[in-house]
Structures are given as structure tokens and as C-alpha cells.
Design a protein around this ligand. Structure first.
Ligand SMILES: C[S@@+](CC[C@H](N)C(=O)[O-])C[C@H]1O[C@@H](n2cnc3c(N)ncnc32)[C@H](O)[C@@H]1O
Length: 285
């Protein structure tokens, strides 16, 4: 079954979601928490697979959550807004995208952000120090057509309506109420390796904060799954987490790295999935 995916978002877990959900096994999940939701690929896959009775989609990027609120309550209004913005563009008119970007940075409207995400280079937002969107347009394409966007928004609405909440919050606030009957899936920004600011996210996350939050979840016996470090060929991204925090670390194949392919290396990219102590026995090894 093809799953809807209305928010084009680099780093989306849509291709890994099934493999991640295998770790849940047959366990009953009262509520699935996705505190670093982005395009919420895991929540969408879980809803389609019947994993979880309820869902919480949360992210600290306010206008992204505004998009999710529209998906849940007014997908037609958002599809109309996207269509208006999309149809305003003309091939070769590079000023149009910049105008939408300025308007989004001034007002934060969800339809404008959806257009920018669909149209920007590699669907990969970049943020400056002031929290302003500053990624350029991909000049070779116009972004997802309004017809397709309407279908994707309607599909996500159908899967999630009536059982999903959306929250604009820091991840610690999001998971504060999670219990042993719930499941938390975390996909935080990669830890920067150079110590410099990571422009891919409006906000970074220190390894220390993440580890302390996982320790608290363990003390409360809340089951969690975490996507964290990875590697492409011989090159590693981020350092593995301490062994005492989790019961299992798997490497999931995430596809080929486009950079490595350009360099003629065609390396395989793998991402780590960490499984909490309380979930250790579920699913296949
Ligand atoms: C790697 S992306 C998640 C991608 C997501 N799994 C998907 O399928 O699209 C990380 C997300 O975490 C958000 N984020 C960064 N710092 C955060 C924080 N402290 N609390 C909550 N969300 C945060 C970013 O806005 C971004 O959307």
C-alpha cells in the first residue's frame, strides 16, 4: 500500500518506517509519541499498519505544526492555499520563490511553508541564526503539483483524523506524560560533528540532553525507539550512544548516499536504530 506523504522533508523516515515498526512486534500501543515529527513518516506508517490507538505529532518548529493542524482539521483549506501559492509561480521567475520566502519569514503561513519545502533544494530547509528560512529554490522543478498535494493531504487526514493531536513543543515537554503503555519514537537532529551550528534545523540538540531524556524514559519504563547515528560506506555520522542506555542497536539500510554515488563510490548508507530496554524482546532480532 502506498502511504500518503504530504510534507516533502529531507531526512524523512518514509523508507525506513516499516523496518522501524517491526521492533514493536505485536505489542499494544496506547499512544505513539513522535516528538521530532518533521513529516511524521513513522506516525503515518503506524496508523496505516494499525500500530497505536492514538498519536501525538510534535515538533519545535511552529509553522510545521501549523501544517499538521491543517492536515488534521482542514486539509481542503490547506490544499487550496497551496494551490494558490503554487499557481502564482512562472517558470524562470526566480523572484517569485524569494517573495514567498520573505512573506513566510514575516508571517509564518503554513501554505507558504509547504510550498517552500516542496520547491526548495532537495526539499531540505535551511535556517539562519534569526530562525529565518533561507534555502534557495531548486530551479529545475516546480515542486509537487497541487493535484498531488491535495491527494497526499487528504490521504494523511483520512489515516490520522479523530485519533491524532499535534503540538508545537520541545521534545522533553512532549514526552513528559508518556507511560509504559505508550511508545516514543525519536528522530532528533544529528549531533553536529564539527561543533558548528547545524543550519538544517532551526534548532540543534546536544547529545547530553538527549541521553538525560532517554535515562528518564528508562526510569519510567517508557518504551522508545531512536534513530540516531549512521554511516555511509566508511564515513560515520555522529557517535554511537552509550551501551547501557538501550537493549539493542540495529543498523537499517537507508539507501545509497547521493554524494558517495557522485564520487563514484556508491556506498550504502545505514542508520542506527536503538531499542529501549523495555522493548528489547519485541519483534525479530
Ligand atoms: C531529523 S528531523 C525528523 C524527520 C522525521 N522523522 C520525518 O520522518 O520527517 C528532526 C526534527 O526535529 C525538530 N527539532 C529540532 N530540535 C527539536 C527539539 N528540541 N524539540 C522538538 N523538535 C525538535 C526539527 O524541527 C526537525 O523537524
Amino acid at each position: 500500500m502506498r502511504l500518503p506523504h504530504p510534507i516533502p522533508y529531507q531526512g524523512s523516515k518514509r523508507n525506513l518506517a516499516r523496518a522501524i515498526l517491526e521492533r514493536v512486534g505485536g505489542r499494544e500501543v496506547r499512544r505513539l509519541y513522535e516528538p521530532f515529527a518533521g513529516s511524521a513518516a513513522l506516525t503515518i506508517a503506524a496508523a496505516a499498519a494499525g500500530v497505536g490507538a492514538r498519536y501525538l505529532i510534535a515538533d519545535s518548529l511552529d509553522p510545521l505544526i501549523a501544517i499538521w493542524r491543517h492536515v488534521l482539521t482542514d486539509p481542503v483549506g490547506l490544499a487550496d492555499g497551496y494551490e494558490r501559492v503554487w499557481k502564482g509561480q512562472r517558470r524562470g521567475d526566480h523572484g517569485y520563490y524569494a517573495g514567498v520566502r520573505d512573506r513566510f519569514n514575516a508571517r509564518g503561513a503554513p501554505a507558504d511553508l509547504l510550498y517552500l519545502l516542496a520547491r526548495c533544494v532537495k526539499n531540505s530547509p535551511r535556517w539562519n541564526r534569526d530562525g529565518h528560512f533561507n534555502q534557495s529554490a531548486d530551479r529545475r522543478r516546480l515542486g509537487m503539483s497541487p493535484e498531488k498535494m491535495r491527494r497526499e493531504l487528504a490521504g494523511a487526514h483520512e489515516l490520522l483524523r479523530g485519533k491524532t493531536d499535534a503540538a508545537s513543543a520541545d521534545f522533553e515537554e512532549t514526552i513528559a506524560e508518556a507511560t509504559p503503555r505508550d511508545l516514543v519514537y525519536l528522530d532528533p537532529p544529528y549531533e553536529g560533528t564539527s561543533g558548528s551550528r547545524d543550519t538544517r534545523y532551526h534548532q540543534g540538540l546536544s547529545r547530553e540532553r538527549l541521553i538525560a531524556a532517554l535515562e528518564r524514559l528508562n526510569r519510567r519504563r517508557v518504551p522508545w525507539l531512536l534513530s540516531y547515528d549512521g554511516r555511509s560506506g566508511a564515513r560515520a555520522y555522529g557517535a554511537p550512544l552509550p551501551a547501557g542506555l538501550h537493549s539493542l542497536r540495529l543498523e537499517l539500510r537507508a539507501g545509497r548516499s547521493s554524494q558517495a554515488t557522485l564520487n563514484g563510490l556508491a556506498s550504502v548508507t545505514v542508520e542506527s536504530l536503538y531499542v529501549s530496554p523495555s522493548l528489547g524482546g519485541a519483534g525479530r532480532p
